[in-house]
Ligand binder design. Structure first.
Ligand code: RB5
Length: 152
């Protein structure tokens, strides 16, 4: 069996239905899933759920976070405000692979209005099975949290 992970999942009302289906599939695949809500289609604010998942990742209670909203954009913006988070918004296999290989993403954002369940599961599978390449990308990651301009 492929390696299994502890995954923190979160969604707003735009992503809750897809999150539920993904959670079931991920448990079926042998992963441990922590579900940080939301749990219903009632309207909520995506940053609340992004921050709950990011805290779990930053505190190492989860290996990776997976955030789902309508587009994935709001979730990724919220997650990338966090110092310890690199959130990649992925719509396909290539963005899923490269956000791990180049950005060492520890949170994945998905758009439930943009992709379907099968594509989402392919993205998650690729995201979880791709290693960070290190090398020149280490230097770039080190500059991400610098508040001032750095020399190119
Ligand atoms: C909610 O209507 C929607 O704005 C949200 O799910 C997300 O797409 C935001 O980026």
């Amino acid at each position: 069996m492929a390696r299994s992970f502890i995954l923190a999942l979160g969604a707003d009302h735009g992503g809750v239905a897809l999150k539920s289906r993904l959670a079931a599939a991920l448990v079926e695949a042998g992963h441990e899933v922590q579900d940080y809500g939301t749990d219903s289609p009632a309207s909520v604010d995506y940053p609340d759920f992004a921050h709950a998942v990011c805290t779990a990742v930053e505190e190492k209670r989860a290996d990776f976070g997976i955030l789902v909203c309508g587009t994935g954009i709001g979730m990724s913006i919220a997650a990338n405000r966090r110092q310890g988070i690199r959130c990649g918004l992925a719509h396909d296999a290539t963005t899923a692979r490269l956000t791990r290989a180049h950005n060492d993403a520890n949170v994945l954002a998905l758009g439930a209005r943009i992709i379907g369940e099968e594509v989402a599961l392919d993205i998650i599978h690729i995201f979880l099975s791709t290693q960070f390449e290190g090398g020149r990308h280490e230097r770039r990651l080190a500059k991400l949290n610098q508040a001032t301009e750095t020399t190119p």
